[in-house]
Design a binder for this molecule. Structure first.
Ligand code: ZN
Ligand code: FE
Length: 255
């Protein structure tokens, strides 16, 4: 039985994700931007929180952790590399660690770039990956701490997951990201089709922070930094993939 996943809108554009294993009742939240919306969903579904998974140290992802731990006694998991600037961890994680979770498990992937200690959680059986501010819908996080090379390497690791993996990201920045994607990759037929779908989703107020990896690989300009036609279009035939990524990221910063 796959895990149940519920996206919980928090603050202005953040998402927390509730994960529930129906077989064992184990229930986790990925990131805690705020406490009240998470309690609301737990109460509605009748679940008891057992675990908190932290992706990175930014306040809009950990702000509610201390309070939620106080309320629920949940076990806290986060990156060993950032233990000094995260709420107290019960388990400090490094790349490749396996977290048993009910009848499934998560694998920890190091995805530095947005911050140095950013990690993603991949649940292979259910085909879910929680990428927060590394890989985002039609975009990627800003490089506050890491280098373009680091972020490109992180995105390449995520691109190696199965195409049907559902990417669950930390924010809904789809509007701005879609405008940038159209600006830099206007001739991409998959992107055109997707932008039309995004208009429909927006009109129906559907949340847009969750998307299959295969669709991202076809349409997210940052994941297409290795595509020869895109380098050519931007006059960068001689660039390496990570140089092209750096170019796209710097364009987005001032878009
Ligand atoms: Zn962040
Ligand atoms: Fe964030």
């Amino acid at each position: 039985m796959p895990l149940e996943m519920t996206a919980i809108p928090c603050l202005s554009d953040n998402y927390a994700y509730l994960l529930h294993d129906p077989a064992t009742g184990r229930t986790a939240v990925v990131d805690v931007p705020d406490v009240a919306p998470i309690h609301d969903v737990l109460d509605t579904l009748g679940y008891k929180l057992t675990d908190i998974f932290i992706t990175h140290h930014h306040e809009d992802h950990i702000g509610g952790v201390p309070r939620l731990v106080e309320d629920t006694g949940a076990t806290v998991w986060g990156a060993a590399a950032d233990a000094h600037r995260l709420p107290p961890l019960d388990h400090a994680l490094v790349e490749g660690d396996r977290v048993d979770f009910g009848s499934e498990h998560a694998l920890v992937i190091d995805v530095p770039g947005h911050t140095i200690g950013h990690i993603a959680f991949h649940f292979p059986e259910s085909g879910l990956a929680f990428t927060a501010d590394s890989l985002m819908v039609l975009g990627c996080g800003r490089l506050f701490e890491g280098t373009p090379d680091q972020m490109w390497a992180s995105l390449c690791k995520l691109m190696a997951l199965p195409d049907d993996t559902l990417i669950c990201s930390g924010h809904d920045y789809t509007g701005g990201n879609a405008a940038f994607a159209q600006h830099v990759d206007p001739d991409n037929p998959d992107l055109k089709a997707r932008l039309a779908q995004i208009e429909v989703d927006r009109a129906n107020k559907r949340p847009m922070a969750v998307v299959p990896l295969g669709l991202e690989k076809a349409t997210n300009p940052f994941l297409r930094a290795g595509a020869p036609y895109l380098k050519h279009k931007h006059g960068r035939d001689g660039s390496s993939d990570s140089e092209m990524f750096a170019f796209l990221r710097s364009q987005k910063d001032t878009f």
